[in-house]
Design a protein around this ligand. Structure first.
Ligand code: SAM
Length: 297
């Protein structure tokens, strides 16, 4: 059941999209003085070595963060620059060897521990152990908690938060196809418990009925709840070019993914528009490359 390990995928184009959107939203939400609760229902290991065995085998970061860092666009869109700076802050010597997962990307933007809290859930025995060890290095006190439990189920008890301000990242591996239905049920239930929370759902764009259907279902749910939404996608396209000499052959892998946000900050669409276009220019690699940004509600 738990064969998915995010370490193979850390820093790929899907992580770039996901963390770009996450950072842009957190930036906005931490402007207001009121306390903020962030819940990461599927947290992963928190920190990944890009020169370690997993990432080296897959090479996915080479088509993601490493490509962006090596080819920064001129006049970089502020949201993209902010994303890159967040990742670089974990790599002070200038070479990107470490990639922060969503827990670390998030914690870097939180304010003092009395104000903002981060609740992390991870089910995989090895990854949850690694997450605990990584989080301990942060010395973030009681600001960050890690629980080895089902994130979908655990979220219920946290909503609504006492502060009435929450950002929830729902980022399963979709290793089992029931995850698609669980995401939709989780959003439905969360909107009932706490209608004004900001919910971020990442999903893969793959030729599978459930994947295709998910953003449509989420849109319908947001519309029925009368809540605004934003939907961003990034397709890097098929790799046409042969790999570099000496570079190991790579599997085609995931070529596209999306982020669906309910109750986005009203500034999110213009903030992301420029960043997404630049991202596509840098990461787009062939047939099928495209990006989209739509909103409603
Ligand atoms: N959010 C992370 C990031 O952006 O760095 C990546 C998370 S990864 C895509 C999904 C993680 O969810 C995997 O580490 C997997 O072990 C874990 N997982 C799978 N089912 C889960 C569940 N029901 N509750 C919590 N974690 C789960």
């Amino acid at each position: 059941m738990f064969s998915y390990r995010h370490a193979f995928h850390a820093g790929n184009h899907a992580d770039v999209l996901k963390h770009l959107v996450l950072i842009a939203i957190l930036r906005h939400m931490t402007q207001k003085p009121a306390p903020l609760l962030v819940v990461d229902t599927h947290a992963g290991a928190g920190l990944y070595r890009l020169d370690g065995d997993y990432a080296d085998t897959s090479g996915e970061a080479r088509d993601g963060i490493l490509k962006l860092a090596a080819n920064p666009p001129e006049n970089m869109a502020p949201a993209l620059a902010d994303y890159l700076e967040n990742i670089r802050s974990f790599n002070r010597d200038g070479t990107i060897r470490l990639y922060p997962g969503s827990p670390f990307v998030t914690q870097a933007l939180l304010r003092d521990e009395a104000r903002d809290k981060l609740k992390l859930f991870e089910m995989h025995p090895t990854d949850s152990q690694a997450l605990v060890a990584h989080v301990a290095q942060l010395e973030a006190g009681r600001q960050v908690t890690v629980t080895r439990a089902d994130g979908f189920e655990s979220l219920k008890a946290l909503l609504p938060p006492p502060s009435r301000r929450a950002l929830v990242l729902i980022d399963p591996s979709y290793e089992i196809k029931s995850d698609y239905a669980k995401v939709a049920a989780c959003l439905q239930d969360s909107l009932k418990r706490f209608a004004t929370g900001t919910y971020l759902v990442w999903y893969p764009i793959i030729p599978r009925h459930e994947a295709h259907d998910l953003p449509r279902r989420l849109k319908t749910q947001a519309n029925q709840a009368g809540k605004p939404w934003l939907h961003a996608t990034l397709a890097v396209g098929q790799r046409d070019e042969p790999h570099e000499p000496g570079e190991p052959a790579r599997r085609p892998g995931l070529t596209a993914s999306g982020m669906f946000v309910v109750n986005p900050p009203h500034t999110l669409k213009p903030t992301l528009a420029a960043a997404l276009s630049q991202l596509l220019e840098v990461l787009g690699r062939g047939r099928g490359k495209a990006q989209s940004l739509e909103s409603g509600g």
